[in-house]
Design a binder for this molecule. Structure first.
Ligand SMILES: [Zn+2]
Length: 383
């Protein structure tokens, strides 16, 4: 069909048409990639990074890895009850294909899952139930699963793919669910919610996980890591690791190790790689250089994933955000610009989406966030 259309365009262009230099055929990458079935899904989330932050990154480095991703879109990030989402609902919708209530982790239906407060009693509201995630379906169909983050691994964004909670403020319960999911790769921070020494209930969740996994705790161990058949668990900090300068391990290094391990799986994998640093910096209304450095580090991790996807043509790579943070704008100041924030919180601004690989075309254009989750769910259900 596509060939016929191209032929028709060529014919209709005989008179008055300026021939284009054949540098690179527009959309050529798309044609190649659509021939492959989706075998692996990699979703990368730059938490809180909207168009403004990506603009700043692009001014800092005009060779961004995301510029090699042929499909670009915008995502409307609202949640079930709020025009401005938080990270919990922002990730739950990508994980389940359904809009949920802010501060809830992959539970629904929205009318039966009230907006939780931090000190609410630890009880499930009546009728509020887990929503299936495509991570769960992929695992149950024999695919490998992996989560990587710069923050606590049981923080809202990673948790939404593998756990269910009517409140994001139940870190010990969420940590238990993450351990129980039996991920093939789990890399990030937050060891204090897994360790017997620091958990309120004294349970040694980390020890339980490490009985059946390769457990790492330092950058040296990560550098020396060679993938085998065992699950890979690396908790490199007691809390989060969002400050770039003091982070014990880099996001590109974690992503590289994760992909090396996931690639060992014979039937493909699903993975979510996140930086939380971009959200933290924008919440703090940090200087331009800070946010730019955070996003450039994330883009280096995208380069690692993109290199993998180029070598493994069945890989669908999607790079986006759960929401925008800071109301980030680059305002004119003479021939330069200055970063202006409009909030310390999140905003409703649409976020960019970049896609590469089989079926990536479907993710282009202006999309509702639930459409992204539903399309991923559809792909995994067909496995
Ligand atoms: Zn945030």
């Amino acid at each position: 069909m596509r060939k016929i259309i191209l032929f028709f365009v060529a014919l209709s262009c005989t008179a008055g048409c300026v021939p284009r230099a054949p540098e690179r055929e527009p959309g050529a990458e798309r044609e190649i990639t659509t021939e492959w079935e989706v075998r692996n899904i990699i979703l990368m989330i730059a938490d809180g990074a909207g168009v403004g932050a990506w603009t700043a990154a692009e001014y800092a480095n005009d060779q961004l890895a995301v510029k090699r991703m042929p499909v670009v879109g915008l995502v409307d990030t609202r949640s079930a009850l709020h025009k401005v989402t938080d990270s919990a609902a922002g990730a739950s919708v990508y994980a389940t294909g359904q809009r949920t209530v802010n501060r809830t982790i992959s539970v629904g239906p929205a009318p039966l899952c009230p907006f939780p407060q931090a000190n609410d009693p630890r009880e499930w509201p009546n009728g509020c139930e887990p929503l299936t995630t495509w991570f769960e379906i992929a695992r149950d169909r024999g695919r490998a699963t992996g989560l990587v983050t710069t923050t606590f691994v049981m923080d809202a964004t990673p948790a939404a793919f593998v756990a269910h909670s009517p409140s994001r403020y139940w870190p010990e319960e969420i940590a238990e669910q993450i351990a129980g999911f039996r991920l093939d790769v789990l890399l990030g921070g937050g060891a204090r919610y897994f360790s017997a020494d620091t958990r309120m209930d004294g349970r040694d969740v980390l020890g339980e996980m490490c009985e059946n996994a390769r457990c790492l705790a330092t950058a040296e161990e990560l550098n020396a890591y060679r993938p085998d058949q065992q699950p890979l668990v690396g908790l490199f900090a007691s809390g989060d690791m969002d400050e770039l300068e003091v982070r014990p391990v880099t996001l590109p290094a974690m992503v590289g190790a994760a992909l090396a391990r996931l690639d060992r799986h014979p039937s493909g994998f699903v993975a979510m790689f996140e930086t939380e640093a971009t959200d933290n910096s924008a919440h703090a209304n940090a200087p331009l250089e800070r946010v730019t450095a955070d996003l450039l580090e994330f883009d280096q991790a995208v380069a690692v994933a993109l290199e993998f996807a180029s070598r493994n043509p069945g890989t669908l790579l999607i790079v986006t955000a759960d929401h925008e943070t800071g109301g980030f704008s680059l305002a004119e100041t003479g021939n330069d610009f200055a970063l202006k924030y409009t909030t310390h919180g999140h905003s409703a601004a649409m976020v960019p989406l970049f896609a590469f690989g089989p079926q990536s075309e479907r993710f282009g254009g202006l999309r509702e966030n639930y459409e992204i989750g539903q399309m991923l769910m559809e792909i995994v259900r067909a496995w």
